[in-house]
Design a protein. Structure first.
Length: 267
């Protein structure tokens, strides 16, 4: 299915308020996939072994494919003449709505694996529900991306187990990553006012239910990995409402350089 050319007849009948809510939410999804995809692309040529170098590059491409479909739809919902490139390259850091987790630096391989695992569990569950979204376009994008997300979760889950139940050094590194990154996992399930309104309107699932399923999967994987689930950790919030860490600014400086240096550049 060519998502860019799919007609969403329902969207044409949306009220201005609902269109704005869907625009903001679709933008949030696109920002999240873009930033994580870019982070993974930074591993290209630097992976610990060739097979995993290629795996991370392929996951990055999957996320960027999802990003394009989402930005295209967001631009249509906004109706202001902006393109997917405008939304990706010509916005400031405070305008991005990705959760803090995905903008965290790659660190070592264990950091990247744990960041991916925490996100993949949420992403998989969300896309599974969004396939039944009453918005035809979001449902189509979710259906296409769900198969890829299923592989992503399988890959990151297996690596958490390998590192946690591996050598003394690999276990030390994944535990260190857990200490650093767990604090960002809660924001994935903290619904913003936009998400709350869309949930009330029947477009989004209850994130509390997603969290329960996510907790179950994390507990199962951590048990195999001989890792303990952190308890009573204060969760860092803000990314989904535009308050980011300093890391996003540096990431965007690299990501947006060509488009800002040579406006309108086309390959």
């Amino acid at each position: 299915m060519e998502l860019a050319h799919t007609t969403n007849t329902a969207a044409q009948n949306y009220s201005p308020e609902l269109r704005e809510l869907l625009f903001q939410y679709t933008l949030q999804l696109a920002d999240t996939s873009l930033i994580l995809g870019h982070r993974l692309s930074e591993w290209c040529g630097h992976g610990p072994i060739l097979e995993q170098d290629l795996a991370m590059a392929n996951i990055s491409l999957d996320l960027l494919g999802e990003t394009r479909s989402l930005y295209q739809y967001a631009a249509e919902l906004e109706g202001q003449g902006r393109t997917e490139d405008d939304l990706a390259y010509l916005r400031e850091a405070v305008e991005y709505r990705n959760p803090l987790l995905v903008e965290q630096p790659n660190g070592d391989f264990a950091d990247t694996i744990l960041r991916q695992f925490l996100f993949d569990g949420f992403h998989y569950l969300l896309l599974k529900k969004l396939q039944n979204c009453s918005d035809q376009r979001l449902a189509a994008i979710a259906t296409k991306s769900f198969k890829e997300a299923s592989y992503h979760l399988k890959w990151s889950s297996e690596w958490v187990i390998r590192l946690g139940d591996g050598t003394e050094e690999s276990k030390r590194r994944i535990e260190k990553a857990l200490d650093r990154l767990w604090r960002y996992s809660g924001e994935l399930f903290q619904m913003t006012p936009v998400e709350q309104e869309l949930h009330k309107a029947g477009f989004l699932p209850d994130y509390a239910q997603l969290k329960q399923q996510w907790d179950e999967h994390v507990a199962k994987v951590f048990a195999e990995a001989t890792l303990e689930v952190p308890q009573n950790v204060f969760m860092q919030l803000g990314g989904k409402t535009g308050m980011h860490t300093e890391h996003l600014g540096y990431l965007l400086a690299e990501l947006q350089y060509l488009q800002r240096a040579y406006p309108g550049l086309e390959w």
